[in-house]
Design a protein around this ligand. Structure first.
Ligand code: ADP
Length: 541
C-alpha cells in the first residue's frame, strides 16, 4: 500500500520560516567582540539569511559548494547557518583555535569557495590566506574600517537581488560541514545533510533530552565553529526560543553577567567552562540573580561528579550529554528516570555522571573481543553507533573507511560500560585506556575522582610505559596553593579504587595542554612523561 502522506522535505527552510512567522519579535542577542550587546529578531534573521542566500547565488555559488566561516558566536554567524544552506550551499565552519597551517589544509581539503570572517579575526586569516583557496572574502565589520583589503559583508547583503527564487532543497542535500578537532590524527571532514540537522534538532528538543521550548532563553557557549554548536542554534530557532550568543567573551564572569541580564534558562559548554563558572559562583553565590531552573548542558568530555553536586547547591542543573563530530554531535543524554527505582543520593549522582542513554533513533551497541558486552556496569567494550544523524563516511577520505564496521556501524573509539538499565559510562577513549599488568584502568574515572579533592583545579591521568607492568597511571595535576600532598591524594583515591589502580606518581604543573575544543591533550602529556617511570619502583610492585 502506498502511504497517503505528503512528500515534505525535512530541510532547514521551514524551521526558519516558522520562527519568522510565529516568533518574529523574539530576540537574538549577541555580545560583540567589543563587548556591546547587539539585538536582532527572528524576523530580521529570516530576512537577512534569505538575502545572504540570494547574494551568494548571485555571486555564483553553485549547489553543494562550500562557504567557510571564521567567526565567533553571534547573529551574523547564525545568519550564515541558515543563509548558506538556503542557497543550496554548505556552510563550513572553520575552527579558529586551530593552528593556521591546519586551517589552510582544511579549507583546501573542503574546497571552500568563499569565506565570511569576523573583522577581529583578520590577523588570524592573514596567517593562512596565502595557502587557502578562497575566491572571495567577506568581512563582518564591527570596529569600522580597520581593513579595506577584503569585501564588506553588509555590502554583499545589500547587493542581493530582490525576491529572486531560492532553490528547491532536498532533505538529503548537504547543508553544513565540520572537521573533527584532530585529537586523534589529522582533521576529518563530516558533512551534515538538512535531514540530519532537522531530525537531530527534533531529538534534542524532546523532554528527555533538553526539553527546549519557545519559553527558553538559550545560550550556546560551545563555539558555533565546532559541530554546529552541538546543534543548539538550530533547535532554538526551530522552537522559537530567544538566543543569547556570547561572542568571544566566555570567561566565567562575562557568561554569568550575560546569563543574569538575558535570563538564560539553558546553556551548553564543556566541563572546563562550567568548572570556572562553578568556582565563580562558589566564591560569590549571591552576586548573580540567575533564572530559576537554569539548565547547563555539559559534554565534549566527562564532567566530574563533584561538579554536578556543586552546581546543585546553586540550584543549577547540569545535564550530561555525549557525542562526537561524526554524530552531529548528540548521541546520548543523561537523566534519572523512574524505572531506575529507589536510589540513594550517592547512587543518583553516580548515574548523573554517566553519559546516559542514546536519544531516539541513535542506535548504540557495545562490542569487545567476545561480542556484545553484558549490561553489568563492569565489562568494557567499544561503543558503536548507527542513526539518521550518524556519519557513514568522511568527506573525501576513502582510506579511513575502517572507522566503520562492515555492517555499517560507526566505531566511536570510546570505551564504555553499560549498566543494567542501558546507561553508558565512558571509561576512556581507546587510546587513553591504561593497560597495567593485563588489566585495564580508566584514566577518566581517576581524573574525575582527583578533581573532587579540595584545591584540585584540573587533572589528567595518562599511561606511562613501565618495564614490568607495561603501563602505569601517572596523574598530572593543576592545583591551588598550598598543593595537596601526594600521600593524602593517594589515601583519598584508595577509598574508591583498588591499590593497583592508583597512580604511581602525582606531578603538579601550572597548566595542562588542551585541544582546540578544550579537551585535555593527553598525547602531548604522554610524550612529555614517556620516560618518567623507567626503572622506578611503583606502588603496584
Ligand atoms: P575530536 O574527536 O576531534 O576530539 P569531537 O569533538 O568529535 O572531536 O570529540 C568527540 C569525543 O569527545 C568523543 O568520542 C568522546 O571521546 C569525547 N566526549 C564527548 N562527549 C563526552 C562526554 N560527555 N564524556 C566523555 N567523553 C566525551
Amino acid at each position: 500500500m502506498k502511504s497517503t502522506m505528503m512528500d515534505f522535505q525535512l530541510t532547514l527552510a521551514p524551521m526558519l520560516e516558522r520562527a519568522a512567522t510565529l516568533y518574529p519579535g523574539v530576540e537574538i542577542v549577541s555580545r560583540m567582540p567589543e563587548r556591546n550587546l547587539h539585538r536582532r529578531t527572528y524576523a530580521d534573521l529570516a530576512n537577512r539569511a534569505q538575502k545572504l542566500a540570494r547574494a551568494l547565488i548571485a555571486a555564483g555559488l553553485q549547489r553543494s559548494e562550500r562557504v567557510a566561516t571564521l567567526m565567533w558566536n553571534h547573529s551574523v554567524h547564525l545568519e550564515a547557518y541558515f543563509g548558506v544552506p538556503l542557497a543550496g550551499g554548505v556552510i563550513h565552519t572553520l575552527n579558529l583555535r586551530l593552528p593556521p597551517q591546519q586551517l589552510a589544509f582544511i579549507a583546501r581539503h573542503a574546497e571552500d569557495r568563499f569565506l565570511i570572517v569576523d573583522e577581529v579575526l583578520l590577523p588570524l586569516l592573514q596567517k593562512f590566506i596565502s595557502e587557502a583557496p578562497f575566491e572571495r572574502v567577506f568581512v563582518h565589520r564591527t570596529c569600522q574600517g580597520s581593513s579595506d583589503r577584503y569585501e564588506d559583508y553588509e555590502a554583499l547583503l545589500g547587493a542581493a537581488p530582490d525576491d529572486s527564487p531560492l532553490p528547491q532543497l532536498s532533505e538529503y542535500d548537504a547543508a553544513a560541514m565540520c572537521y573533527t578537532s584532530g585529537t586523534t590524527g589529522d582533521p576529518k571532514g563530516v558533512v551534515y545533510s538538512h535531514r540530519a540537522l532537522v531530525l537531530h534538532s527534533l531529538a534534542l528538543a524532546l523532554a528527555d533530552s533538553f526539553a527546549m521550548s519557545h519559553n527558553d532563553s538559550v545560550m550556546p557557549v560551545v563555539p558555533m565553529f565546532h559541530v554546529n554548536a552541538w546543534g543548539f542554534p538550530y533547535v532554538a530557532t526551530m522552537v522559537g526560543a530567544k538566543q543569547v550568543l556570547p561572542g568571544p567573551h566566555v570567561d566565567a564572569e562575562s557568561l554569568l553577567d550575560l546569563c543574569e541580564r538575558e535570563q538564560v534558562t539553558l546553556s551548553t559548554g564543556v566541563p572546563t567552562v562550567w568548572m570556572a563558572v562553578c568556582a565563580a559562583l562558589d566564591k560569590d553565590p549571591r552576586r548573580w540573580r540567575l533564572a530559576p531552573g537554569l539548565r547547563l548542558v555539559v559534554g565534549g568530555s566527562a564532567p566530574a561528579e563533584s561538579v554536578i553536586r556543586r552546581f546543585d547547591t546553586h540550584n543549577i542543573r547540569l545535564i550530561h550529554a555525549w557525542g562526537m563530530t561524526e554524530s552531529t554531535p548528540i548521541a546520548s543524554t543523561c537523566h534519572l528516570c523512574a524505572s531506575l527505582g529507589e536510589m540513594s543520593e550517592d547512587e543518583k549522582y553516580a548515574i548523573r555522571a554517566t553519559q546516559g542513554t542514546p536519544v531516539p533513533f541513535v542506535q548504540a551497541r557495545v562490542i569487545n573481543q567476545d561480542g556484545a558486552v553484558p549490561w553489568d556496569g563492569k565489562t568494557i567494550g567499544e561503543v558503536q553507533l548507527r542513526g539518521p544523524w550518524v556519519a557513514s563516511s568522511y568527506y573525501n577520505m576513502p582510506e579511513l573507511s575502517d572507522k566503520w564496521t562492515e555492517d555499517g556501524w560507526l566505531r566511536t573509539g570510546d570505551v564504555v560500560t553499560v549498566n543494567k538499565h542501558g546507561y553508558l559510562h565512558v571509561v576512556d577513549r581507546t587510546k587513553d585506556l591504561i593497560k597495567s599488568g593485563g588489566e585495564w584502568i580508566s584514566s577518566v574515572d581517576l581524573e574525575n575522582a582527583i578533581v573532587g579533592y579540595a584545591g584540585v583545579r584540573e587533572a589528567a591521568v595518562i599511561a606511562v610505559p613501565h618495564p614490568k607492568w607495561d603501563e602505569r597511571p601517572v596523574a598530572v595535576i593543576v592545583a591551588n596553593e598550598p598543593r595537596p600532598k601526594p600521600e593524602e591524594l593517594n589515601e583519598f583515591l584508595a577509598k574508591r579504587f583498588a591499590k593497583w589502580q592508583l597512580p604511581d606518581a602525582y606531578i603538579f604543573v601550572e597548566e595542562l595542554p588542551h585541544t582546540s575544543t578544550g579537551k585535555l591533550l593527553k598525547s602531548a602529556l604522554r610524550d612529555r612523561y614517556r620516560d618518567y617511570l623507567n626503572g622506578h619502583f611503583t606502588i603496584a610492585d
